[in-house]
Design a protein. Sequence first.
Lengths: 164, 164
Amino acid sequence: MPDNLHPLVYRFIEDAGNTTQSFGVGRVIGQIYAFLYFSPSPETLDGMRDGLGISKGSASIAVRQLEQWGAVQKVWVKGDRKDYYTAKDAFGKIIKNAILEMVGKKMGDYESLLAEAREQLESGAIEDDADRIAFMQERLEHLQKFQRWSHQLWNSPMLQTLLK
Amino acid sequence: MPDNLHPLVYRFIEDAGNTTQSFGVGRVIGQIYAFLYFSPSPETLDGMRDGLGISKGSASIAVRQLEQWGAVQKVWVKGDRKDYYTAKDAFGKIIKNAILEMVGKKMGDYESLLAEAREQLESGAIEDDADRIAFMQERLEHLQKFQRWSHQLWNSPMLQTLLK
DNA sequence: TGTTATGTTAAATACATACTGAACGTTTTG
DNA sequence: CAAAACGTTCAGTATGTATTTAACATAACA
């Protein structure tokens, strides 16, 4: 443990790193966010490097991702041309943005694949026996139903409010 | 592409595999689920191996995980002692179970860490200047507020209904 | 203008872990 | 009871990708 770090803070950083890592987002992201969250004043890339024992390149990349999720914010410190960052603490919004980025694109992909599949099936481009075609159509319809359902759930006023 | 597979089914299998992989859950899980979802009749481990070009060991492990999430179901086929599986299609429930397993444990961990942290801080076990301690307390309180909030959100009747 | 400070990028590396293959225990079959 | 059929497990390997390193571009400085 770096000796310049509050022992409690260190444990939160460890946990956060493990969490983000287990979600396939990389360990540094969680570490940096926790580090900033428990920093009384803004920190620079070099500060993160020294505080966490990571490379500056890692810090640069991770901070950009966090910025995209609205999890951290660049702040301007007069008299210093380094970039300073602080953690934003609107967890709901952050989670929403992260989810949106991770599943949003895939949702669109499935939508088009689904549309294409139904088209091919109806146009008779796929030759198969009637039973098989009927089964496929049933599955595709069920998928489309779920797709519509998830859209509605995501856009429901309640969820939008809660993830504000 | 294995030639015994419907071309459309193959594309869904690919997509599903990519999705689960990007979520850090492994590619085979998505592949098997899609394979079963588009199979008119139950399939065995050997069927998955042949249909997807994976090892039987992989299939065994992945199927167990899927079973734990309630995503697949063992079915009994008379006259055959192989284990047969079908895909269950209650997506909401499946997602709920998966999330529960993935974040549930971590939630508990944070809860205890949080409690321990507050305890240490209040008992004066950590020596630090007053400003620093006040800041830490504020952060810990904010975390605890979020923890309570997420509990409520997760247990809200609305969400419970939607993820049924 | 040359020099230093800073953030970014791309190639190389390291790392975590998903997956394979073979061996094992169990159950069925003949 | 022997032999085959299954499912499972675990050590080893392969694979994807997170992270580092070093070179680069840009902007401030003196």
